[in-house]
Design a protein around this ligand. Structure first.
Ligand code: S3P
Length: 169
């Protein structure tokens, strides 16, 4: 199948790690919407947020996702907030199978607590931020084609499950 595999989920859900493993196995090229945005802007996500604000970042994100949606045979790791714009979900759904990598805020936090590259978590209580974001975004994540519960599974198990479900889709 030539449809893209798109990974959605909160920061720390494993979209990049799982995406790269999927790429190795399926031989589909790995792409990361945040990485493309940073390359094209010549700035980090932190700099884009600080200098131009979140709204500007979301515009860049929408354009990047639109361009990626028109391609095929990719593994696409999306920024955790991209799905809050329904247009992004609609664009992605035209030629991709969307997988929601689901786990708890506590696990997400344990993975990203020392990371400084995420502007939305630069505050005194990042765990609470993750809980609030999850509550707000869950209805959007649920619009993915397939939900993958990742808690207590190894990366290899998650990758295997995604490939099986992709092939059956
Ligand atoms: C964001 C998630 C980040 C990045 C930006 C905003 C979000 O991507 O797009 O910091 O709104 O959840 P990751 O989910 O890859 O960390």
């Amino acid at each position: 199948m030539s449809k893209n595999i798109v990974l959605v989920g909160l920061m720390g859900a494993g979209k990049t790690t799982i995406g790269k493993l999927l790429s190795n196995i399926t031989k589909k090229e790995f792409t990361d919407s945040d990485e493309i945005i940073e390359k094209e802007a010549g700035k980090t996500i932190n700099e884009i947020f600080a200098e131009h604000g979140e709204k500007h970042f979301r515009d860049l994100e929408k354009n990047t996702i639109k361009k990626l949606s028109e391609k095929s045979n990719l593994i696409i790791s999306t920024g955790g907030g991209s799905i809050e714009n329904i247009e992004n979900i609609e664009n992605l759904k035209t030629n991709s199978v969307l997988f929601y990598l689901k786990t708890t805020p506590e696990i997400l936090f344990s993975r990203i607590k020392t990371d400084t590259t995420r502007p939305l978590l630069k505050n005194p209580n990042p765990l609470l931020t993750l809980k609030n974001l999850l509550e707000r975004r869950e209805p959007f994540y649920k619009m993915a084609d397939i939900e993958i519960e990742t808690t207590n599974k190894t990366s290899d198990e998650i990758v295997k499950e995604i490939i099986e479900k992709y092939e059956q889709f």
